[in-house]
Write a protein that binds this ligand. Structure first.
Ligand code: CO8
Length: 261
């Protein structure tokens, strides 16, 4: 496949201004081993540095986005191993990316896999998707953001149910609860995520980054601090060449040509 770079656990394919990154550990339902997470974070960090890439789609396979952290590895690790190896920080690294990130979820999306999807900016789900945080059944807890991000996304009642009882949310339940943005037919999970990514990629790149940052602020600050940050982001976006181009193009009844400046 031209333009395809194959690494052992992560496949990436460029398609114009978007890149599709797929987890590739099918025999283990894309369980997030240390090596896989290292490769994923490295790949995404490289893509994030390329200003021509306007949006990234992160997916798994039709069967599984990811069935969680690699349980075999966790069974062998001590708490101090996890602490020194900074394994959980890899999820934070994804949250810190600049480029908008769309999670394309089909099949199992569990534990660290659900936490990975929630670290993306939005989730497009196949009707087959199942979201869950089964960690308490293993005697641990969702520790890569699950107790915080899931609760913020779906509220305390549903988060407690999912995390304490191990109940999985269907795609439609997840949509209703506010965890996912769109649910599509089984066969459309990747195409729809790419469509969303192309739509994002067409917008002003400075503006999409500012907007992403501002929406994230809503989760991390008070309303007053969030509004203040939003206003500064607006002024900064306004000062961009893209803003001039976008506003002028509308008045001239033509498509804008954004340069990301
Ligand atoms: N880790 C390692 N291997 C896995 C995992 C996993 N999370 N999930 C599935 N696999 C493997 C299975 O062992 C099996 O391998 P094999 O064929 O060699 O026996 C293969 O994938 C296929 O799995 P199943 O045969 O079990 O397939 P089923 O269709 O019967 O069941 C399930 C699918 C329901 C997804 C089932 O595999 C399952 O319950 N998996 C575990 C789900 C889970 O508990 N996830 C949470 C893991 S803990 C976590 O994510 C904590 C994150 C905290 C932060 C990270 C710190 C580093």
């Amino acid at each position: 496949m031209p333009g395809t770079v194959t690494e052992s656990f992560v496949l990436s394919e460029r398609d114009g201004a978007i890149v599709v990154v797929l987890l590739n550990r099918p025999q283990q339902l894309n369980a997030l081993s240390d090596e896989l997470m290292d490769e994923l974070v490295g790949t995404l960090a490289d893509l994030d540095r390329d200003p021509e890439i306007r949006c990234i789609v992160l997916g798994g396979s039709e069967q599984a986005f990811a069935a969680g952290a690699d349980i075999g590895e966790l069974a062998q690790a001590s708490a101090i191993d996890l602490y020194y190896q900074r394994r959980v920080e890899r999820w934070d690294a994804i949250r810190s990316l600049w480029t908008p990130l769309v999670a394309a979820v089909s099949g199992f999306c569990l534990g660290g896999g659900c936490e990975l999807a929630m670290s993306c900016d939005l989730i497009v789900a196949s009707e087959t998707a199942e979201f869950g945080q089964p960690e308490t059944g293993l005697g641990i807890i969702p520790g890569a953001g699950g107790t915080q991000r899931l609760t913020r996304a779906v509220g305390k009642a549903t988060a407690m149910d999912v995390i304490l009882s191990g109940r999985r949310l269907s795609a439609h339940e997840a949509l209703q609860a506010g965890l996912v943005a769109r649910v599509v037919a089984r066969e459309a999970w990747l195409e729809e995520a790419k469509r969303v990514a192309r739509d994002i990629a067409e917008k002003g790149p400075v503006a999409t980054r500012m907007a992403k940052e501002s929406v994230n602020r809503a989760y991390e600050s008070t309303l007053a601090a969030g509004l203040e940050a939003e206003r500064r982001a607006l002024y900064l976006a306004f000062a961009s060449e893209d803003a001039k181009e976008g506003l002028t193009a509308f008045t001239e009844k033509r498509k804008p040509e954004f340069k990301g400046r």
